[in-house]
Design a protein around this ligand. Structure first.
Ligand SMILES: Nc1ncnc2c1ncn2[C@@H]1O[C@H](COP(=O)(O)OP(=O)(O)O)[C@@H](O)[C@H]1O
Ligand SMILES: N[C@@H](CC(=O)OP(=O)(O)O)C(=O)O
Length: 470
């Protein structure tokens, strides 16, 4: 057996049905047959997380029939996949899947009876997607003659805080994961861990935020001191823009942890924004790889940035469904306490600020937040800042960002961005540049975000192949 250890993450698309699961198992198998040890981390089958969220909402609103229909559809989907992967009707896997569905049904009925869906019960319900897919991957690996064992996030040692829906790992997680998984690996068994989920010290199930399976994989990678973490995707790697929006988006060969965090933070759905954080200290590389083309190198994410000649910007990305909250009035004028009260109110509500800007006359502060957080932001501000200030909201906004370490100290980058937007008649509502100079972001009308993305991608020549320099 080689000493190499890889953590491999398979997302929803790569788990969407028995065929995809079998293919994903074969990708892990390519390494396993060479003696490499692998920990597999899986997401829910594509669409299952959204289905679970929808049925939980239906139960809360009293529509138990709709919730039960969705549960039945999910049940059929998981049983069909298990059967197609070779599970006998009386096998332990089928029994486990049946029991999980029964518990899910009971949890959903509880929500219906109470007409209350707390963040805690939502996490319990939504984590069933990943809990149900891990045994399917274990089946597929076993069918390909690899010993495998399915574990929930908690069983694998992932302990988190109590931020249901957006939990973070506790420092004790790392040692615990090592304890839980080392024995299996030493015995030649491939652990298959349900991603996206963990549990609190008291055993309540938590989730790590949408797309959280990437984060689970890197937490496990750090805990085990893995050689690399591989995130298998339905795209070639991290691309210069969302390939669904920009047809000539190209694969980015290397990115630094910082660059990938900026990209994920500014909406590139390809990785969870915190996914690389566990890797930063240890310098473990993350590879984003194409499940359809496993020999293609994909994107290597590591500590150092590699800048590309003539390409100060590596990617353009966007966050949709944003609202701008404006705080204005003479009272804002140059009084630090006012600004402090604004940020206090936001911090108390744990709201993520996407952009902040203050007008030069200092009589106005604008905050960009996800539209889902806008009402909470408005109430927090109305309660927390002086009544003399006017607080209002502009909806249907998007934040577009350009990212790349090569723009540090480079002149003319913002000018190029603004010219590209102006050429399409796109009005800029807010501007901000991170002090790290890894990104420049602008708020624009939501309806214009796709054409803006394409214009900016073209203006920075991101569709053209480049030679890489160190
Ligand atoms: N810059 C980008 N690079 C690659 N993919 C992107 C980017 N921006 C958005 N995406 C989208 O992210 C998707 C992959 O993320 P996701 O579906 O969450 O992965 P998975 O579930 O396979 O882990 C792609 O299908 C692509 O449409
Ligand atoms: N299933 C979860 C977690 C996840 O990471 O999914 P995916 O890898 O399919 O993006 C979600 O949809 O958010």
């Amino acid at each position: 057996m080689s000493d190499t250890l890889l953590v491999m993450k398979f997302g929803g698309t790569n788990m969407q049905d028995s065929g995809a699961i079998r293919h994903s198992a074969s990708l892990a198998g390519r390494s396993l047959v060479t003696g490499v040890r692998v920990v597999v981390v899986v997401s829910a089958m594509a669409g299952v997380t959204n289905g679970l969220l929808a049925l939980a909402d239906a139960a809360e609103s009293g529509d138990i029939a709709a919730a039960n229909d969705e549960i039945a559809a999910l049940r059929t989907r998981h049983f069909t996949a298990a059967q197609e992967l070779g599970a006998a009707p009386d096998s332990a896997t089928v029994r486990d899947i049946r029991e999980m569905h029964e518990t899910l049904r009971q949890a959903v009925y509880g929500v219906y009876l109470l007409r209350e869906l707390t963040p805690r019960s939502r996490d319990l319900i939504v984590a069933f997607g990943e809990r149900l897919s891990a045994p399917l991957m274990a089946l597929a690996l076993e069918a390909q003659q690899h010993r495998a064992h399915a574990l929930t996030g908690g069983e694998a040692g992932i302990l988190t805080d109590h931020h249901f829906g957006n939990a973070k790992p506790l420092a004790t997680t790392y040692e615990r994961v090592r304890d839980r998984l080392s024995g299996l690996l030493a015995a030649g068994v491939t652990p298959v861990v349900s991603g996206f989920m963990g549990e609190t010290e008291r055993g309540a199930i938590t989730t790590l935020g949408r797309g959280g399976t990437d984060f689970s994989a890197t937490i496990i990678g750090k805990a085990l001191g893995a050689d690399e973490v591989w995130a298998w995707k339905d795209v070639d790697g991290v691309m210069s823009a969302d390939p669904r929006v920009v047809k000539d988006a190209r694969n980015i060969t290397t990115l630094s942890y910082g660059e990938v965090m900026e990209l994920a933070y500014f909406g590139a759905k390809v990785l969870h924004p915190l996914a690389v954080t566990p890797l930063q200290e240890s310098g473990i590389p993350l590879r984003v790889k194409s499940a359809a083309d496993p020999d293609f190198p994909g994107t290597l994410v590591q500590a150092q940035a590699h800048d590309e000649a003539g390409h100060p910007v590596k990617a353009v990305t966007a966050i949709r469904n944003v609202s701008i909250i404006n705080i204005s009035g003479a009272g804002v004028l140059g009084i630090p306490e006012v600004i402090a009260s604004v940020f206090d109110a936001i911090a108390r509500e744990n709201i993520t600020l996407l952009m902040v800007s203050q007008s030069s006359s200092m009589s106005n502060v604008s905050l960009a937040v996800q539209s889902g957080d806008a009402e909470r932001t408005l109430s927090a501000l109305r309660a927390g800042v002086s009544r003399e200030l006017k607080v209002d909201r502009q909806s249907d906004v998007a934040v577009l960002a350009i990212v790349g370490s090569g723009m540090r100290g480079q002149r003319g980058v913002s000018a190029r961005l603004f010219t590209a937007l102006a050429s399409q008649d796109i009005n800029i509502l807010m501007i901000s540049q991170g002090s790290s100079e890894l990104n420049i972001s602008v708020a624009i009308e939501g309806l214009q975000v796709d054409e803006a993305t394409r214009a900016v991608h073209a203006a920075f020549g991101l569709g053209q192949p480049v030679e890489e320099i160190k």
